[in-house]
Design a protein around this ligand. Structure first.
Ligand code: FES
Ligand code: FES
Length: 187
């Protein structure tokens, strides 16, 4: 069978590989790229353990063929850390004890990320709906919902901090521009 020339972006990195066109995205991530944070549960779109983000949408990577990621951007759980720091979603899940065996956790956290990107302050009902495609055999979901609520608060605080830093940087730039202008005027 002719190979498929796949060009995609995974966690911000460009990936170019010739692959079997019948390969699932799940197998491409786990077996070719060795991103084993993406889990296989049912293999038929029922459990959400294999969830990844494809061009901003949460998908079951067991139901997506790898060629469907051509020209697109994939985010897996490994891609959430920012500058070596764990993301607010991951921190929140740890803080509230939303992780037991951890098998569902990558998918749950990616579902939370998609939700909070589109809806920064979701209600409990909206969180429940957002994670409805992700099954957890251990926690009973209460802690997971608390985890998403905590992630929303942490993310809001972090976004505010970034805005404050941006304002500080802008103020510094203004001050140096002003000082430079003063210098020119005096000369
Ligand atoms: S392994 Fe993909 S939905 Fe269960
Ligand atoms: S923590 Fe074990 S399946 Fe969710």
């Amino acid at each position: 069978m002719a190979e498929f020339h796949l060009e995609t972006t995974v966690n911000g990195k460009s990936i170019v590989k010739n692959i079997d066109p019948s390969m699932r995205l799940l197998d491409f991530l786990r077996n070719v790229l060795h991103l084993t944070g993406t889990k296989e549960g049912c293999g038929e779109g029922e459990c959400g353990a294999c969830s990844v983000i494809l061009d901003g949408e949460l998908v079951d990577s067991c139901l997506v063929m790898a060629p469907q990621a051509h020209g697109k951007e994939v985010i897996t759980i490994e891609g959430l850390a920012e500058s070596g720091e764990i993301a607010p979603y991951q921190q929140a899940f740890m803080e509230v004890g939303a992780v037991q065996c951890g098998y569902c956790t990558p998918g749950m956290i990616l579902a939370a990320r998609v939700l909070l990107n589109n809806n920064p302050k979701p209600s409990k009902k909206e969180i429940t709906r957002a994670i409805s495609g992700n099954m957890c055999r251990c926690t009973g979901y209460t802690k997971i919902i608390q985890g998403v609520q905590t992630a929303a608060s942490l993310k809001e605080a972090k976004d505010q901090q970034n805005v404050d830093i941006e304002f500080e940087n802008l103020a510094e730039m203004d001050a140096s521009r002003h000082a430079a202008k003063e210098g020119v005027t005096r000369e």
